[in-house]
Design a binder for this molecule. Structure first.
Ligand code: TXA
Ligand code: MG
Length: 327
């Protein structure tokens, strides 16, 4: 594994290379925002399409402000309370932001990650670092340096930072002005729920409605994402494997010799920390199929929204309660 110090990481980034950086959510594949070569290298290394915009990471609110052309009181309030932490704020972009980062949109995603090594690196970087999750496009995100190494081998230098604490990607939120106040739209659910963001704004006496919304980015094109190397099937809450095995094998077009029956832990934060690690381990431990049951109780809980969002994109197929296949 090619690990680097903060000084070496800075040097590589400034000369247009990419470096994997630890964050509290997942590891990122970073490029310097003022190096077009570095930005292009993020897309080529990940095999990522250019229509999917990148998040810019900064170590201070001041730097975030300088990269946007419209930083509202809502941005300021949420950043003050949630940063450093797992919240990405979408803001109107400053003209100095390269359109490779934003896929041509007039907005940019900004986030201050809560990880000491990466914060120390960012403190030495002018502007910030663009960083998507450090995995091949559409695949499971990495939560340890070992996962990054399994993905890119020696071709990507890594700033070591231990296991990611949160385990799933940041909440992504946009801000709109309305006649009566503000609207905060959550495009990707995560650790920060709508209820939590509403409480924060309420405590700051800012009138805002916080809701979940369809992302403005390439709708529909990102239906499958975070996918493990073996099929993942979501099943009804109650089922008998012996009764379903044949139906599942027919749907997959293959025999299943060693299914992993995955029971999520009861605590949502623990479940999110282990989520991607488990998705990877089931296949490396010789399983050929992952089975997971829907939980009505979890699906109703906001704390589980981020986890079920990732699972429903990582799945190969899902079976309805009447045992028919869902689309
Ligand atoms: O936790 C995270 O956010 C991690 C770590 C590395 O910071 N990064 C991450 O990046 O998950 P990525 O590229 O895998 O996901 C970025 C998400 C995408 O869903 C993208 O569509 C959305 O952010 N996004 C970026 N810029 C946007 C914009 N201007 N408007 C709307 N969505 C945007
Ligand atoms: Mg990703």
């Amino acid at each position: 594994m090619k690990t680097v110090t903060i000084a070496e990481a800075k040097h590589l980034l400034e000369k247009g290379d990419v470096v994997a950086i630890p964050t509290e959510t997942v590891y990122g594949l970073a490029g310097w925002i003022f190096s077009e070569e570095g930005l292009k290298k993020i897309f080529s290394t990940k095999e990522r399409p250019f229509f999917d915009p990148l998040i810019v990471h900064v170590d201070t609110i001041e730097k975030a402000k300088a990269l946007s052309s419209e930083w509202t009181p809502v941005h300021e309030a949420l950043a003050e309370v949630c940063w450093p932490g797992p919240l990405t704020l979408i803001a109107k972009k400053h003209e100095k932001i390269n359109s490779l980062i934003t896929s041509g949109l007039d907005s940019v995603g900004l986030r201050c990650p809560r990880h000491p090594e990466t914060l120390a690196l960012l403190a030495h970087i002018e502007g910030g670092l663009a960083a998507p999750s450090a995995n091949k496009f559409g695949k499971t995100s990495p939560t340890t340096s070992q996962h990054v190494f399994e993905e890119f081998a020696e071709s990507v230098a890594i700033l070591e930072g231990g296991q990611s604490d949160i385990g799933i990607e940041s909440t992504v939120a946009g801000v709109e002005k309305t006649a009566s106040g503000w609207k905060v739209l959550i495009y990707r659910p995560g650790f920060y729920t709508a209820q939590k963001l509403a409480e924060i704004l309420n405590a700051k006496k800012i009138e805002a409605e916080v809701t979940y919304a369809e992302s403005p980015v390439a709708p529909g094109q990102l239906k499958h994402h975070y996918m493990p190397n073996i099929p993942l099937i979501i099943l009804p809450e109650q089922y008998e494997w012996s009764e379903l095995q044949e139906k599942i094998e027919t749907k997959l077009g293959q025999k299943c010799h060693s299914p992993a029956f995955w029971k999520l832990p009861d605590d949502a934060h623990l479940a999110s920390r282990e989520l991607y690690q488990n998705l990877r381990e089931f296949s490396s431990h010789g399983h050929d199929l992952i089975l997971i049951s829907r939980s009505a109780q979890q699906l109703e809980s906001e704390d589980w929204k981020g986890i079920w969002n990732r699972l429903s994109k990582a799945k190969t197929f899902e079976m309805a309660d009447d045992f028919s296949w869902m689309e």
